[in-house]
Design a protein around this ligand. Sequence first.
Ligand code: CA
Length: 514
Amino acid sequence: MTAKLLRFAACAAVSTMTVGTVCAGQEDDTKHPNIVFILSDDHAIQSIGCYGNKDIQTPALDRLAGEGMRFEHALTPNSFCTPARAAVLTGKYSHKNGVTHLNQRFDGTQQTFPKLLQSAGYDTALFGKWHLLSQPTSFDHYCVMKMQGMPENPIVFEPQHEWIEWSPQDQKSAFQGGRKLKGYNNDVITDEALAWLKNRKSDKPFCLLLHPKPPHAPYRPAPPSYGEFLKEVQIPEPETLLDDYKGRAPEAIADKMSNNRLLLCPTYENLREQLKKENPKISKDELTRAIYQEYIKDYYRLVKSVDDNVGRVLDYLKESDLDKNTIVVYTSDQGFALGEHGFYNKMWMYEPSLHQPLIIRYPGLVAPGSVNSSMVNHIDLAPTLLDLAGLPVPDDIQGHSLKPILAGKSDKVRDAHYYHFYEHGKGLPEMVGVRTATHKLIHYPGLPASHQWELFDLEKDPEEMTNLYGDPAHDKEREDLKECLRGLIREFEDPVELPNLKATTGKEESKASS
Ligand code: CA
C-alpha cells in the first residue's frame, strides 16, 4: 500500500470515531487513556540496551520496550533540538510550524497535540526542558526551564511566575524570576512531575509531558552517584571513529566542524591541549581516540540518569495502578552521534543523528516486546496520540497515526522519509534528503558541486562510508530517489528551491559530482 493510501486509511478510521469532550466515568475508560510522554534530549539509540548497547545497562527503558513496542527506525524530520520539538508538538514539518532553526521562537497560538487534548477535556502538564522560547500554551500546569537549564539547582518557571521574554542574545533574562529547585536537574524535575501526578484531584484523563535535560551537554558535573561510573573501563570504539570522509560531504568542511568532530570539540579542549603538551607528536587519530573515551563515558553517565528517572516514573504508574490505562511514550528530540564518523552531536542526515529512540507501551493494544522495523517520523506522534485518545486528527497534520502499527494491523505508514535541515551559519550546510528502506539520497545545495550529493546503499553499507552518487552502476537508484525527493517536497509543500534537483539536470549533476 502506498503512503498516501495508508494515510487515507488512517484518516478514514479516525473519521468514524466519536468527536467530543472526554470526561471521567465513561463506560469504556480505555477510550480516553492517560498519556505520559517522555522526551529526552539528544538521546542516541546506540546507548540503550534494547537497541543493542552492550556497554551499560538501561533496565527501565529495556523494561518499557519489553512491555510495549520498540521502533527501530524512528526518524527525525530536522535533527536539531528546537525544530525537532516543534515538529513533535505539531505533527508538521519545520516549514509548516515555523520553527526551522535552533532557538527560534515557537508560535504558541498554533495547533499542537496537547492543545487538542486539553480542548477535549484532558488535564495537560509539562515538566523539564522546553527550548521553544515562547511561553508554553495549552498546559494546565507547566514547570519548565528556559534555555538549556542548569545541570544542578535549575530555575523553573510555572504559570504563577511572570514569563519574562528572553533570547539567546539576552540570556540573563532567562534566569530572572521563577523558582530554584535544589538538586540534580533530572532528579528534581522528575520529583516535580511525580508530585503533580500524586497530587492531582481531577478525575479527568491526563497528558503529562516530561522533558528530561540529559543526556544533552554539559556533560559535567556527572549525575550524583555516577561520577566514577566506567572510570577504569575501556569502551569499544565505533568502526567509523577514524573516518576520513573521503568522497563524502564532510570532506569539504572537515576542518570547520568544531560542532561535530570529536577532534575539534570545544568541551575537550583542555584534554586535547594537555595530550599535545605531553606528546607533541601525537596524531589526530590518537587525539580522537583519547577524546572519544572521555566523551562516551561522560555521555553514558547522563544516560544512566535518564534511565533511573524513567524507572521512577514507571514504578509510580505501577504502584498507583495507573499503568493499565496509561500510554507511555519514550523518545528523544533527535538522535545523536556517539563517535560514528568521528562525530559527536546531531544535524547530519546520517543514521545516528537521524534515528531517535521510540518506545510506546499501551497495555491492551500493543503486544509486549514487539518491534517495528518500518520508518516512522516524529511528526507521527501527534496524530498517534490524538488517535489513541479517540480524537479526530486534523487534516493539516502531516504525520500518520501509528495506531494501526501499534495494534498489529499494519507494518508501515510510509515508504520514504523526507528530511530537511536548515543552514545555521555554524559550519554545517543545508541538507535535503530522502531515506527509503534500502537507500538514502542527500543533497547539500550550499556545498561545492563536487560534494553536493550523496547516495548510500543502506543494506550493503549501513555505516554510510561509500558514496555511490557518481557511480554509473547506480544511475537508476539515483534518478528514482531524485524523483521520490521531488515528490516528497511537493507532498509536504516545502517551498525550498533546489535548482540542482530539477528533473532535466540529472545527467549534468552526475558529471559534476563524479
Ligand atoms: Ca536535542
